[in-house]
Each structure stands twice: as C-alpha cells, then as structure tokens.
Design a protein around this ligand. Structure first.
Ligand SMILES: [Fe+2]
Length: 254
C-alpha cells in the first residue's frame, strides 16, 4: 500500500527498507560519484553541482530502461523539459550532464527507482505505456562562511511531474536544507510567510537514504538554502531526486 496516497507525501528510510547484501558497497559508489559532479551549467557560481538522466519503467514488468543521451564534444547530455511549473525557468528546455553509464547500472540506484515506483499510483490507461523517470543528482557545496547554496525554485512549489522523491546521499557540516510540505495553494511563498495551518510538516533528512516523496497535485514542497556549518571544513548536502510522469499522448482532435 502506498504511504504517499493518504497524505500526499511520505517519509522513508530506504537504507532500512531496501537492506540487501552489498547495499553499503553500492551506496559508497553513489557517494563517491557525487564528489566529481560537474557544476550546474544553468546555475554557475551558485555552488550547485548536478547530473541528470532519464529512464522509462514498464508498469507490467517494472523493468527499467535508460534513455539514450546526446553527445556534444565527447560529453554526454540528457535533455530536460520542466514545463511551466518552475517559476525560475518557465517552459525551459535544458540539457544536463548525464549520469555516467556505470552509475546508471548501480544496483542501489535501480532499487531506489523501483521502490519509489511501487509508491506511485496511476490510472489504468496510464499503465499501458511506459512511466517516465527523471533522475537528478544534486549537490550543494559550500566552501566559505559567506557561501549560500540555493535550491531552485527558492519557494514552496509544485514540480509538474505527478511524483517526486528525494533521497539523502550526504549531509556534512551544513545548516539549512530544511524541507517543508504545505498545501498546494501555498506555492510561490516561503514557508515562514504562510499561515501556520497551511504548513503540513517541516523536517530535515540527515541520514544516508533518508527520503521523502510527494504526490505533486496534493501538496507543495520546499527546501531551504544551505550554508556552511561551524566546522572548519567544507559543507555539503547531496541528494538524488527522482520524478515520475506518465507518457502523455497528444490529443489528435485539438
Ligand atoms: Fe521540487
């Protein structure tokens, strides 16, 4: 039974839920991959690093297929279209550095995709065609006390994809990165600017593979900017974000 269905969002501990022999090894491979993420071309100098790849999952078999990438100057890219839901990039078409092939094959990553998929729910007709899966590796990295790494958009929002999940990979020496869940009507505002009764939960994910997921139509969500903590070394907050969307069939009568 989907934990998300009831409240429009849910929190998970996937290290515990997925526990299998070799999970730590696979987690280490993902963690190490985050140490060399390229800077987000669309947010230069904002202390944000990312990779992105797309897959499809077949509802019948739950088999995952990674979609082909675009190669430019020997660098692999995956295209991304967010539609109208990100107010900072309305209708944006973007190309991100792809997740490398060996990481796309990481068993833990594939198990996470499957586990999230099992939490999603769809109309029967949506399950005739593949479900589209967008996988973002996002690292916020703060070196100096004055640095601030901001997630986009910097307000409560809805993503446009029916389901989005966030999985913590690493959180070290940072303040902020606090998650908020609110009613959909709160979108566009900061959590501190809305009526307390419209705020559903405020929390932080701090442990490896501590996770949450949202059913987008039912809630808005937010993560606050990240700043360096008090320790005398860099601060980092790394997450894997995974969104799920049905295949949209064009209406030929329009
Ligand atoms: Fe979001």
């Amino acid at each position: 039974m989907s934990k998300i269905k009831q409240n429009g969002y849910a929190r998970y501990d996937l290290m515990k839920d997925l526990n299998y022999e070799g999970i730590q090894h696979d987690y280490q491979e993902l963690l190490e991959n985050f140490s060399s993420l390229p800077e987000d071309d669309y947010a230069p100098n904002l202390n944000r690093y990312r990779r992105y790849s797309r897959a499809i999952i077949l509802p019948e078999t739950e088999d995952i297929y990674w979609l082909p990438t675009i190669t430019k100057n020997d660098v692999e890219y995956s295209a991304y279209f967010q539609g109208k839901f990100n107010p900072e990039h309305p209708g944006a078409y973007r190309e991100f550095h792809s997740i490398e092939k060996n990481i796309r094959n990481n068993k833990l990553l594939n198990e996470i995709i499957k586990a999230n998929y099992k939490e999603t729910f769809w109309n029967e007709e949506d399950k005739i065609l593949p479900i589209h899966v967008g996988v973002h590796f996002v690292k916020l990295y703060v070196e100096k006390d004055v640095d601030k790494a901001i997630s986009s958009p910097d307000c409560l929002h809805q993503d446009g994809e029916p389901f989005t999940f966030a999985h913590l990979i690493e959180r070290t020496n940072v303040t902020g990165g606090t998650n908020a869940i609110a009613i959909p009507e709160a979108a566009g505002n900061k959590p501190e600017d809305i009526d307390n009764k419209d705020l559903i939960e405020v929390f932080e994910i701090t442990q490896p593979l501590e996770s949450y997921g949202v059913y987008d139509p039912d809630v808005s969500h937010y993560v606050s900017p990240v700043e360096k903590g008090n320790d005398n070394h860099i601060g980092v907050r790394s997450v894997i974000l995974i969104d799920y969307q049905q295949t949209v069939v064009a209406d030929v009568d329009e």
